[in-house]
Design a protein around this ligand. Structure first.
Ligand SMILES: NC(=O)c1ccc[n+]([C@@H]2O[C@H](COP(=O)([O-])OP(=O)(O)OC[C@H]3O[C@@H](n4cnc5c(N)ncnc54)[C@H](O)[C@@H]3O)[C@@H](O)[C@H]2O)c1
Length: 457
């Protein structure tokens, strides 16, 4: 099949690469000239394991090309995928301006029947408006259909996720469009959920909001565990082995971040409000998640003080999750900003995200290190902010020898509490008591409650 993918970001570039690897001829289109230039030169604009090889192979075999022109990209395509960003707007709703711009350009350049598919995460009703915009901009009457095909990949494993998907969701009011899209995915062998436009759009939000709720549940459990003297990691393990629950997304930490969960939960809450429904559960999820990093900061400042002038802190992790260079809405970056704001000098390291973080954070009070141990030399404490697996296997004895004092604030529960404490560390984790520091162990929840009462967020 001939396909066009508009927007070559984390979803679009991976999508274009995988579609071409399946034997389709694919044009990737992006408004960002620099990005297209880099991809054409064989340089990946994002860090994504396994992506480079697939892109290069399919470019060289003639199935994958890139352009900045939508007119050129869609000319011969039977299916056109819209994969542009839909970030959070100031109202909390999704900002759909890039989708509208692309729809208008597709309309102006439509030269024959095509299925126009929105892969971006968009609220209920968006595809109906895409159809309307395309229709209004047609130069001459041309038949086309619209469809929704939300993407469920995770950054860091997206190449694998797109090919081994649990299911494919296709929504359209046109049987012809459903048939064409089904034929693209049928070889995957996984279930295809064919439905109408509105249900497909809603499935994506429901899935992300549910996962964010699951993370938030275990984060609140962590608070109770800490107060009650239980260990949240063991509680999550015991819960997760129940097949009805499952172990994924049950890891307590400093809160979910990234370019999807925060904005999608917020957009779904907003959609519900627009339909006169107060989605109380999601309101709590947003509130609890927001407070999660404050609880972590509360512990750090209770121990280190609120004036961090003259203190040097080692920071491991800047990306919003492991295996990615993406720092959009990264809780790690938020915490770095807070620690710097209190006067600390920071020595930071992330295996993939340092360059992106530097663009946002700059160099003031921050030294970007080239490995984990370099951050720790002479530091007053170590902070672990992203769950990169390589952090969990660091040598605790070496860490202890490098730090000025053996203190770890572990926002991702990377280390084993008993082992770390046995080696003489003061170890702050999530949902586990720190030996001998009862005041800090108990006070976090009250702090959160005060914040909420005072309307601080
Ligand atoms: N990143 C993820 O893990 C993920 C997973 C599932 C779904 N999604 C959804 O997919 C969508 C895209 O996310 P992303 O992370 O790939 O975003 P991204 O910001 O990485 O990529 C978007 C791309 O669209 C391009 N673009 C913007 N306006 C354009 C225009 N007018 N014409 C052509 N290109 C244009 C941008 O230059 C950028 O390269 C979002 O709706 C997101 O919620 C993302």
């Amino acid at each position: 099949m001939k396909l066009c993918v508009i927007g070559t970001g984390y979803v679009g570039l991976v999508g274009a690469a995988i579609f071409s690897d399946w034997g389709n001829t694919v044009f990737g289109v992006d408004i960002d000239e620099e990005k297209i230039k880099r991809i054409k030169a064989g340089e990946m604009p994002i860090y994504e394991p396994g992506l480079s090889e697939i892109v290069l192979k399919n470019i060289s075999e003639g199935r994958l090309s890139f352009t900045t022109s939508i007119a050129e990209g869609i000319k011969e395509a039977e299916i056109v995928f819209i994969c542009v960003g839909t970030p959070q707007s100031e109202t909390g709703a999704a900002d759909l301006s890039a989708v509208w711009t692309v729809a208008k350009e597709i309309g102006q350049n439509l030269n024959g029947y095509k299925v126009i598919v929105t892969k971006s995460t968009v609220p209920v009703g968006t595809n109906e408006k895409v159809k309307q915009i395309i229709t209004e901009n047609l130069a001459s009457p041309v038949e086309f259909d619209v469809a929704s095909n939300p993407e469920f990949l995770r950054e860091g494993s997206s190449v694998e996720d797109m090919q081994n998907t649990d299911r494919t969701v296709i929504g359209s009011d046109s049987p012809k469009a459903l048939e064409i899209l089904t034929s693209l995915y049928t070889h995957l062998g996984s279930p295809i959920v064919a439905t109408n436009l509105r249900s497909a759009e809603m499935i994506k939000y429901a899935a992300n909001a549910f996962l964010a709720t699951k993370i938030t549940f275990i984060n609140e459990m962590a608070q109770v565990c800490e107060k009650a003297g239980a260990d949240v990691t063991m509680v999550a393990k015991g819960m997760g082995l129940d097949k009805r629950i499952g172990s994924a997304f049950l890891r307590a930490g400093i809160g979910y971040g990234g370019s999807c969960f925060p904005k999608d939960v917020s957009a779904l809450y907003r959609t519900a409000t627009d339909h006169s429904y107060d989605f109380k559960l999601l309101r709590s999820v947003i509130e609890v998640n927001y407070g999660q990093k404050d609880l972590f900061m509360f512990k750090a400042t209770r121990f280190l003080g609120t004036n961090l002038n003259g203190k040097t802190l080692a920071i491991l992790g800047l990306a919003f999750k492991d295996n990615t260079d993406d720092i959009r809405d990264s809780v790690a970056v938020e915490i770095v900003k807070k620690l710097r704001g209190l006067g600390a000098q920071l020595k930071v390291y992330d295996p993939a995200a340092s360059d992106n973080a530097r663009k946002i954070l700059g160099d003031t009070s921050i030294t970007y290190c080239s490995n984990e141990y370099e951050t720790m030399e002479g530091a007053d404490a170590l902070f672990v902010l992203t769950e990169w697996k390589q952090f969990a296997v660091l040598d605790l004895a070496k860490i202890k020898s490098l730090l000025k004092q053996p203190v770890i604030f572990d926002g991702r529960n990377s280390f084993d509490k008993d082992t770390t404490e046995a080696q003489g560390f003061t170890y702050f984790a999530i949902g586990k008591r720190t030996n001998g520091l009862e005041k800090i162990n108990g006070a976090g929840n009250n702090y959160s409650a005060t914040l909420i009462k005072n309307g601080s967020h």
